[in-house]
Structures are given as structure tokens and as C-alpha cells.
Design a binder for this molecule. Structure first.
Ligand code: MF3
Ligand code: CO
Length: 402
């Protein structure tokens, strides 16, 4: 594909975003068009986590043109069924008129609620204050090796992780048919600020809400909206807090009422693969071996491992080194050392399709075939002789844990 005419996609291009020809090789492999940068610096400054994927996929330049007819019939079909999707009791709720074909049955239900406020006395990360939501300190640290935290910093991580676990458990106790994901967002927001913490997702690269809520075929980064949970759904709640300068990051997937065998299977696969991987973490273990543990568990359950989104270092930065792929035969660099904090957060899809399709909201990643996806995440600390699960919660009895 030719890059002539596509301006450099780097947010912080120092060269005035000239027409660019240096293509992101991963985007190219994934068939994502338009991922061009003017030089290595601009490319590197947009790598680490593939945020540039979603932006580029959904830019009007790259909307698939050939499916135009199909798209129009899908849009009118969804309008015709608006009654089905319309949320009872929510005045003015509607399904946005997006020029895409959805891969499954889930629909966004708009409008999003207004941005929630965080009291002034709560310390916040740099991106919270920026219109563009760019995590500037995070970007400056790109390319640096994983940091080993001091004892004092480790205690700060313990503290914020315990708070984040409390918030997730409260959010989870509210999961029931009829609640909207926006109401879950309100609960997470309130419980977070009650703990003098900032909800890390809020305004991170302009994410509009305080938590990610990912239902059914949504792999990750679902935006809380007016859709009500229904019996039979599964929902992932991904909570991140910033307390006194340090971030915690964890998520779990929950059934809404009674769910079918497929739902249990994908949840078990995600949960089991995470905990098998955690068991291997200790000083000297290689980050690249984590995926070697996760992928066979997924396969045994008839599932596949999402490749685009990875685990990550987490400390005074929300997303930092190391980068931790969850699939086998990856080329991740680095060795675990005492004092390192990072997440493992496998996203597992039912069936063999590990790819994803993004909604034009710039965030929501769904399976390509509309099948279910589940995820679990913990924040970990490497100790002298093993690993501490800083966000550890109660065993999931519903998933067969004691
Ligand atoms: N919590 C997610 C993770 O596990 C990241 C969410 S970024 C957001 O890394 F902006 F979507 F919130
Ligand atoms: Co994470």
C-alpha cells in the first residue's frame, strides 16, 4: 500500500506531519491501513501500546468503501429494531448511526452521560489536565527498561492496589439485569473519589469515563453508556485507580444472572490462563514465557488469545515497560526482577478468531465474529523469591475456586 498523501500519524510529530511512507509493520500485518510515520522517532513515540491502531482504523480515510451497500442495510435494520435496543425508562436513548457493520448483537446506547468531576484536592496524573489526554510522562519514558521500585514505592503500590480491589468488588456487587453500564461507571467514580483517588481511565487519551465495561463480544475498552445489562450477558469491569502518585489496574468478568456454557467456558479459560501465568512469575523468569503458559490453556478450552492488547508495567505510570504479550512465540524482551510491578491481563475469545474490530468511538474492541470474549487482570509485584498479587481478591466460587 502506498503512503503518499497520508500525514505522519504521530501525535507529537516534530516535523509538521508531512506526507509519510514509513509504515507500522504490525498494522500492515493486521491489515490496518494508513499507519504511516515520517521517521523512526515518530513511529517509536506511537508504539509500545498500539493506540494508533484504533485511531487509524476509524479515521474517515480508512472506512471500507466496498461494503457501503451492506453497511446501509445494516444501519436501517438496526434503526428498524431500535425498539428492541432502546433502553426502557431512559428518555432519549438511541443507537448512534455509525457507518459500520456490527460483528455481534451488542449495540452502543447513547447519549453518553456528561464527564464526571473529580474534586480538586485529589492528586491526578498529567493526562487528566490535558485537552488531548496525552500521558506525556508516560511517553517520555518509552524505551526505558522496566523499573525496580523502592520499598517505599512498593508500599504505595500495595495501598493503591488494595483500594482498587475494593472498588472493583463494590462495582461487581451491583452487576444485575437492568443496571446500565453508565450506572456502574457512576458507582466506580464515587467509590474511587471517596478513597481520595483519581479514576485512571478518565481522560486517558481522551477516554470519556472512569471505568471500562466490556459486554459479551467486546474484548476490552468498552465505554459505559445507557445500555442495560441483560440476563445471560457477561461483563468485564476494568478498574484503575491513581492514589498518591501510583496506579493500580485490575479487572474481572462476571455473569449477569444465568449464563450459558459458552460463557462459563470463556470465563474459565481467561481466569485459569491468568493464574497459571502468575504461578510462573519470579526473579529470573522471562516476560516472553508468560504467553507460552496462557495460549495452551486457551486452546484447551476451544478459545484463542487476543494479540493486539498486552499486559504492561504499572507504577507511577499507567502503562509502561515491560510489554507483555499473552500469546505463545512472542518476542517480548526482559527478565523479571524484584521490585518490578506489571499486569497480566489475557483477553480470550471463544473459537479460533483472535482478531478484533473497533467501533468508531475510538475505543471499543470487539471480536470479529461476534463470539464472546472474557478477561481477567491483576497487578503483580516481583519479590525476592516469587510474586505478590497486589490486587488479589476472594476466590471466584462461581468459577470453581475454593
Ligand atoms: N485498564 C486498561 C488496561 O488494563 C486500560 C484502559 S485505558 C482506558 O490496561 F483509557 F481505556 F481506560
Ligand atoms: Co492493564
Amino acid at each position: 500500500m502506498s503512503g503518499a498523501g497520508i500525514p505522519c500519524q504521530s501525535d507529537n510529530c516534530k516535523n509538521g506531519k508531512p506526507p509519510s511512507r514509513l509504515e507500522c509493520p504490525t498494522c500492515q500485518k493486521l491489515g490496518i491501513q494508513g499507519s504511516f510515520f515520517c521517521d523512526q522517532d515518530c513511529f517509536k513515540a506511537n508504539w509500545v501500546r498500539p493506540w494508533h491502531f484504533s485511531r487509524i482504523v476509524t479515521s474517515p480515510l480508512n472506512r471500507p468503501q466496498k461494503t457501503h451497500k451492506i453497511i446501509h442495510s445494516v444501519v436501517s435494520a438496526s434503526k428498524a429494531h431500535n425498539k428492541d435496543f432502546n433502553e426502557p425508562g431512559i428518555e432519549g436513548a438511541y443507537i448512534p448511526d455509525w457507518d459500520i457493520s456490527f460483528t455481534g448483537k451488542l449495540r452502543p446506547v447513547y447519549p453518553l452521560s456528561p464527564k464526571r468531576a473529580v474534586p480538586d484536592h485529589i492528586p491526578r496524573p498529567d493526562y487528566a489536565e490535558r485537552r488531548d489526554g496525552r500521558p506525556v510522562t508516560e511517553e517520555r519514558a518509552w524505551g526505558q527498561p522496566p523499573r525496580q521500585l523502592s520499598k517505599e514505592e512498593q508500599d504505595k503500590m500495595r495501598k493503591v492496589c488494595r483500594l482498587a480491589r475494593e472498588v472493583l468488588d463494590i462495582a461487581a456487587s451491583n452487576v444485575r439485569p437492568g443496571i446500565t453500564t453508565d450506572e456502574i461507571d457512576a458507582i466506580v467514580h464515587e467509590e474511587t473519589i471517596k478513597r481520595d483517588s483519581y479514576p485512571s481511565p478518565l481522560n486517558y487519551r481522551q477516554f470519556p469515563k472512569s471505568v471500562c465495561t466490556s459486554i459479551n463480544e467486546v474484548i476490552c475498552h468498552g465505554i459505559p453508556d445507557q445500555r442495560r445489562l441483560r440476563e445471560g450477558d457477561i461483563i468485564n469491569i476494568d478498574v484503575s485507580l491513581y492514589y498518591q502518585g501510583y496506579h493500580a489496574d485490575l479487572n474481572e468478568t462476571y455473569p449477569v444472572g444465568k449464563v450459558d456454557d459458552d460463557a462459563w467456558r470463556v470465563m474459565r479459560a481467561a481466569r485459569k490462563s491468568l493464574f497459571e501465568a502468575i504461578k510462573q512469575c519470579k526473579p529470573g523468569a522471562l516476560f516472553r514465557d508468560i504467553g507460552k503458559t496462557i495460549e495452551p490453556v486457551a486452546r484447551d478450552h476451544g478459545c484463542s488469545v487476543v494479540r493486539t492488547y498486552t499486559g504492561h508495567g504499572v507504577n507511577d505510570l499507567f502503562h509502561t515497560a515491560p510489554n507483555i504479550p499473552h500469546y505463545a512465540k512472542n518476542k517480548a524482551v526482559g527478565t523479571m526482577k524484584p521490585g518490578m510491578c506489571f499486569t497480566i491481563e489475557p483477553m480470550i475469545n471463544l473459537g479460533g478468531n483472535w482478531g478484533e474490530v473497533h467501533w468508531p468511538d475510538n475505543w471499543t474492541a470487539t471480536t470479529t465474529d461476534g463470539k464472546l470474549s472474557a478477561q481477567f487482570e491483576e497487578t503483580l509485584l516481583i519479590t525476592e523469591d516469587g510474586v505478590e498479587i497486589l490486587t488479589k481478591g476472594q476466590p471466584r466460587k462461581d468459577l470453581g475456586e475454593e
